[in-house]
Design a protein around this ligand. Structure first.
Ligand SMILES: CC(C)(COP(=O)(O)OP(=O)(O)OC[C@H]1O[C@@H](n2cnc3c(N)ncnc32)[C@H](O)[C@@H]1OP(=O)(O)O)[C@@H](O)C(=O)NCCC(=O)NCCS
Length: 261
């Protein structure tokens, strides 16, 4: 394995591999690491933006009670890409690169949520409810959550390959949507240095994903589909279908009785 691979250089030998090897804390000087940190948390090398963001977040992110929520909804206008009216952001919400995060009107973000704009964007539409302990990582292609979506506690959403969730969809507790696979084709190179292959995930409007469903890269779940608790979705699911199991198989259609698995 070359030094370039070890330090996360892009692999151009395989066009299907769309990302770099995994990075760790760089070995550079303190000054260089400082600027890397600035870029990682604020999305650029502007010291002014970094300091403003730090000031606003440090002053407000832990402030309890509804007063804290009101103050945050007001002051976070300074650091988010956009925020609509009447949003509620609970205390202890961690925002990474808030300049790439947009919240619509009346969005609720529960305590201990972690929102990371990374190298793309997070866009949450109007009336989105994001319960406590959720993690949304925009990755390289971003996450779009349309109006009225409910994301229950401890969901993990990854936007590396791109993720779109249609209006009024419901994600039950613990749902995980994964949009990238580690490449492992070369048995002589550690998996962590072989890059990642992405696949966009689309979850249609009015879908319901049960507790602890896992959705794998490249999958489209059609409008109105229901996925039973604990399922692992490896292939597309047709609109209105009911799917259960590992791997998820269609066992019925909404409006008709569920057949035996
Ligand atoms: C998929 C689901 C919606 C189907 O509900 P339903 O239409 O009432 O279906 P039934 O309970 O009548 O079950 C029908 C068959 O599917 C099986 N089945 C139901 N849910 C299953 C699941 N999650 N995984 C595997 N099999 C399942 C049942 O065992 C039954 O099999 P059988 O016919 O051999 O006895 C439901 O079982 C489910 O998983 N709900 C998720 C609950 C949840 O996560 N709630 C969180 C709310 S925030």
């Amino acid at each position: 394995m070359s030094d370039a691979q070890r330090h996360g250089a892009q692999d151009h030998s395989n066009p299907a591999v769309t990302t770099r090897g995994r990075r760790t804390i760089p070995q550079g000087s303190v000054a260089r690491n400082f600027w890397t940190y600035v870029e990682r948390v604020s999305g650029g090398r502007s010291l002014g933006r970094f300091l403003l963001q730090g000031l606003v977040l440090t002053a407000l992110y832990r402030l309890p009670t509804i007063a804290g929520a009101i103050l945050r909804a007001f002051a976070y206008r300074l650091i988010l890409a956009g925020i609509g009216r009447s949003c509620v952001i609970e205390e202890d919400v961690r925002l990474q690169i808030p300049g790439r995060i947009t919240l619509g009107h009346r969005v609720f973000v529960g305590q201990y949520a972690y929102l990371d704009g990374q190298t793309s964007y997070l866009r949450l539409g109007n009336d989105v409810h994001l319960a406590r302990f959720c993690t949304l990582r925009a990755g390289e292609h971003g996450i779009t959550v349309h109006d009225g979506v409910g994301i229950n506690t401890r969901c993990y959403l990854d936007g590396n390959g791109g993720l779109e969730i249609g209006a009024d969809a419901l994600l039950s507790p613990g749902v995980q949507v994964i949009t990238g696979n580690h490449v492992f084709s070369d048995p002589d190179t550690p998996v962590r240095f072989q890059g990642t292959a992405y696949g966009k995930v689309t979850i249609g409007q009015d879908c319901w994903l049960g507790t602890n469903v896992i959705v794998l890269p490249g999958v489209t779940i059609g409008d109105g589909a229901v996925v039973g608790a604990g399922a692992v979705v490896t292939k597309d699911i047709a609109p209105g279908a009911i799917a259960v199991g590992v791997p998820a198989k269609v066992v019925g259609q909404r409006g008709l009785r569920v057949r035996s698995v």
